[in-house]
Write a protein that binds this ligand. Structure first.
Ligand code: SF4
Length: 411
């Protein structure tokens, strides 16, 4: 057992499952220990994975020695939020360490059943901008299209748990028609983010039906799909899916890796398959206390993302969703992490640190303060090494662009 787990001995409760204790941390060995009868064809079939997902505490306790905290978490969050872990994601869990980052994202802790001050059911204030069931229209030129309420893994930090806790299911025909009609009627919508739930759990046919209808709307310039499938169910990303998505370009997949442990060979193959088919992939990580709240971890995560051609885009401060307080980091910690990245690694590996303001204020980004002094003639900065540099201000300050009148009138 690793050091931290020994320290947590009291939390883990009595009894030790010798088989699991001895199991290697290597995910293929874990796969053999957990699902010894699964053939490669079954394991690589996403529908088999979904059929064999672990869906409650009792089933989980049969394959993993749960800590007292986790056992209580499974029991006390039963009626609050779904539990579901794909066999693939389960195989990434370190059976011997309660602070395994995959484990902490997949298994509820007792603290999740507690609602802390300031936490909200709808932390991003989306429901007040939901003109029809499938649409959230909060920002001027883009909408969120809620396609379904199911996921391959129910992340313990899920912001949209009011939807993914169940009850909405796959978008019905009428909700989809209504959502599309809304977008057609709103010519200001140039960007549609399909989310849920995880839209890549739709069959290729259902997803294509939606994409085809969106692509037929002249003012929809880009389509984005928010999905944790490359992280939690990478076998869903088939060549057929990649080819189909490419048909509806410009289309971006926005995924959600939070820790380098999630960047496996399978995850990498899934991301590369998308990129090879011409589908750009961006990553939005969420900062979580004791899961990835370290500059070293975030740097390694971003480097690994870039190696598989996934661009680190946002590093999110955790939203104030109910039951997530134990995973939230102080704002200052995120700024400290960005400061440890900027200048110390490629700019491509430095995501925007974003806070989605509670109640629906929208995103704001934060960064360390590099300006030491602002004067009319110069601005004085400190750089990433703490050295001071002077930037001389220009004499001319008229920043209007005369050609813009020509450019815009020609279109
Ligand atoms: S995959 Fe996304 S929507 Fe689903 S539980 Fe995780 S964070 Fe929530």
């Amino acid at each position: 057992m690793v050091e931290g787990a020994a320290h947590e001995g009291g939390r883990r409760g009595a009894g030790v499952n010798a088989l699991l204790q001895a199991a290697s941390l290597d995910s293929s060995s874990r796969r053999s220990a957990l699902f010894p009868h699964a053939t490669d064809a079954e394991w690589n079939d996403w529908r088999w994975q979904m059929r064999h997902s672990v869906r409650d505490g009792e089933a989980l306790a049969k394959v993993l020695l749960l800590t007292d905290e986790e056992r209580a978490g499974c029991e006390q969050t039963k009626s609050i939020f779904r539990l579901g872990i794909s066999p693939y994601y389960l195989s990434l869990i370190d059976p011997a360490h309660p602070f395994c980052p995959v484990r902490m994202q997949a298994i509820p802790a007792r603290a999740e059943a507690r609602v802390s001050e300031g936490e909200l059911v709808d932390p991003l204030g989306e429901d007040k901008h939901r003109p029809v069931e499938a649409i959230v229209h909060k920002y001027p030129d883009r909408v969120l299209f809620l396609a379904l309420d199911t996921c391959s893994v129910y992340c313990r930090h899920c912001t949209r748990r009011r939807i993914t806790k169940g009850g909405e299911a796959e978008l019905g025909k009428s909700a989809m028609t209504e959502g599309l009609a809304y977008i057609r009627a709103h010519s200001e919508v140039r960007d549609v983010l399909i989310s849920g739930g995880d839209p890549l759990l739709l069959s290729d046919e259902r997803l294509e039906e939606l994409l085809k209808a969106l692509r037929a709307v002249p003012h929809v310039e880009i389509i984005r799909i928010g999905s944790r499938i490359p992280v939690c169910l990478p076998m869903r990303v088939t060549d057929a899916l990649g080819q189909m998505l490419r048909t509806y370009a410009p289309l971006y997949v926005v995924t959600h890796f939070n820790h380098p442990k999630e960047v496996t060979a399978d995850a990498r193959a899934a991301c590369e398959r998308l990129v090879d088919h011409g589908v750009p992939v961006e990553n939005q990580a969420v900062l979580m206390r004791r899961v990835n709240s370290s500059a070293r971890i975030i740097k390694e995560l971003n480097h690994r993302c870039l190696q598989m051609r996934v661009r680190p885009y946002y590093l999110h401060q955790m939203d104030v969703a109910q039951g997530c307080e134990h995973l939230r980091t102080p704002i200052a910690e995120g700024i400290r992490i960005v400061e440890a990245l900027r200048g110390h690694t490629s700019g491509l590996a430095v995501p925007h640190l974003a806070v989605d303001l509670p109640g629906g204020g929208g995103k704001v980004t934060l960064q360390p303060e590099y300006v030491l002094e602002r004067k009319e003639t110069q601005t004085i900065f400190r750089n990433y090494r703490g050295e001071s540099y002077v930037y001389p201000e220009p004499e001319e300050t008229d920043c209007s662009c005369p050609y813009d009148a020509v450019w815009t009138s020609a279109r």
